[in-house]
Design a protein around this ligand. Sequence first.
Ligand code: NAD
Length: 506
Amino acid sequence: MTLQDNLRKAEAWLARFREQGVQNHIGGNAVPAVDGSTFESISPVDLKPLAQVAHGKAADIDRAAKAAKAAFPAWAAMDGDARKKLLHRVADAIVARAEEIAFIECMDTGQALKFMSKAALRGAENFRFFADRAPEARDGRALRGPGQFNFTTRVPIGPVGIITPWNTPFMLSTWKIAPALAAGCTIVHKPAEFSPLTASLLLEIAEEAGLPKGVWNLVNGLGETAGKALTEHPDIKAIGFVGESRTGSMIMAQGAPTLKRVHFELGGKNPVIVFADADLERAADAAVFMIYSLNGERCTSSSRLLVEESIYDKFVEMVAEKAKRIPIGHPLDPNTVIGPLVHPVHEKKVVSYFDIAREEGATIVTGGEKIVDGEFGKGCYVRPTLFANARNDMRIAREEIFGPVLTAIPFKDEAEALALSNDVQYGLAGYLWTSDLTRALRFTDGLDAGMIWVNSENVRHLPTPFGGVKNSGIGRDGGDWSFDFYMETKNIALATGRHSITKLGG
Ligand code: NAD
């Protein structure tokens, strides 16, 4: 398949969005915003409009929350096996339309097809994983106590709000929505305004697969209006949020009056720590993959490269050589690794760090510029960038840039490596490269991170917990952890005999 073939296919799939726009979806019906307003979604490839999107606000959220509330009792009461079958049907339907999803996602987000075709399939896997666990979701434990026999059970918490970011929006939405549905919750989803297209496709797929009307509702809109209203709505019992740390903090405040349960997957400035005794070729490949794949727009990207002093120059050179060879291009070109960043607003932020790096006195080893010429036209393209000779107190080492931008910092010894790793506000992921097992155990024990990969790139295994510490998040997803969030645990204590009951008042 050539780029031209892919563009023709994409246009055919995008036509409906161009013609009909993206609607909200409430109670099983595609509906415009209550006030009839829309906002425009553009493609970062050429900044041209893709669709007019329903601009939902508090009134739309209220309708969606009421629909989710009305659908809750029947959905919560559905037998786990029936829910399992239904969610597998959703997964099958995602697989059947994986190519369409991937192509639309590429045009909406700028992510390369190379990665997006897998992301659509991973979305289906998320549904299968939680579908298989739906029958046992309510099971609890048996706890014997003196004179009492306790058993615990779990029940779905109620209608929940899911708020997702613009990076890999399809996959991330499934990651949050599949466990909520499997647990028996109904949903109001507010996708990100920069990349709203595949959220409506996903819901359409789910309802065509048989999901009852009103179980899953979608309201498009901005964070400060639709998102805020969702977090404040009294019928919404919990908010599963993926996005920036400062938004998480706002959501916590907004949800406080209604005592919302919150689950936050937030930002990161994740270190990849490379000791001199590591397999350097593999470490360099993994470091390059983890920062430059998905345009560096991933929460677990290895955006800080901490390298032992004795190999620092050599390793930085290895990474730079690989980064320079990464193909940049149209997201639908099968050879492209790096496509345009999601939106001009985000591109401006990423590009601003090139100047910040210069001002702070770091060296730009490669990249450090927006691509303005020729075939890239007006799109949001930046070159994969490597900053060296950086210090941990520089902004380029402390702030989440969220683009294909890596900051390399030398360290003297293990103690300094650990101190530098932990000296940021974030603690999502860490990547450690060493052949010394004892050091790996010691280091991972001290590292502030919710997820650590040793001599490995980021390979997700769905039963394992996913989430961050410090400003990178609250709570864990994956395995049974997701169900703990979307469900309430109840304990029932049964007396096994006639224990003495203190008589008050005679
Ligand atoms: P963002 O926080 O700006 O927006 C995320 C979502 O929150 C959007 O839907 C937005 O409309 C909504 N929102 C904004 N303000 C809101 C408010 N006051 N109330 C309710 N909702 C509001 O994040 P983004 O720029 O879309 O995404 C990038 C961020 O997401 C990065 O920080 C990245 O690290 C993070 N992220 C984290 C993970 C993880 O698992 N830890 C995964 C992916 C992305």
